[in-house]
Write a protein of this length. Sequence first.
Length: 296
Amino acid sequence: MENMEHFEKAGQITWKALTAGKEMIRPGVRLLDVAERVEAIIVQEGALPAFPTNISIGADAAHDTPKFGDERVFGEKDLVKLDVGAHVDGHIGDAAVTVDLSGEQGKLVEASAAALEAAVATIRPGMRAVEIGGIVEEEIKKRGFRPIENLTGHQIAQYELHAGMEIPNVRRGGQEVFEEGQVYAIEPFATAGAGSVAEGTYVEIFGFDEKRAVRMREARRMMMLAEQRYHSLPFAERWLRKEFDSRLLFEAALRELVLSGAFRQYPVLTEIKKGLVSQAEYTVVVEKDGARVLTK
């Protein structure tokens, strides 16, 4: 078992930051203000962001985070997924909620939230991941929606947001079993669309993969900063943008690092039929008699 005290602290901070961010989501509020407030709370509480605050709207399911100087604001009809992560020495808490500003999508929000609660209540050591996927699928479908089949929950380890085992949202695959003492993110997505997502072109989240030989001095500096600060965890372009005076040199360096394979990209994931998407997520630790929620 890894340091459970660190996981517990990260979970508590994640939930505090998520709650504060959720309360800020109102029509006319800038997405960037919410993201920066969430990330500031994480730091103030003694942790670091485990990944950029994800604020994905409508048919976008994941990986949208505000860019540097982003002026986007929430609309009166937006369906907002807020996904927050904090880490303490690499021990990660990961949680998400959906906010329905229209007041018209309550059943869709309920579908992912109810699936999450049912899944967490069922987890036991030795249970196969596919069994939880079946529970998630059943809870979502009986409310008239579809689970997103190519998004999953995931095991968490120190500095590993996705640590190997995946927890599907459908009754397919997932033959691995839950182990006592291990930490997992349970993450149902429900949609009114086709039940699948695809990568878009908007990319503001990156991750350090490995050192590569690059030409630009700015690229070498950026690679060093990313490795030292974020290890293998995802980071926002806007976090690094503040470190560079020239926007053009920054963009050229980032492009070189992506093309070299030093940085990986996390494009926004959008429902393929543009169906609205809801999300709910907890981080849990599996114990002898069930799963204990760390982010609640």
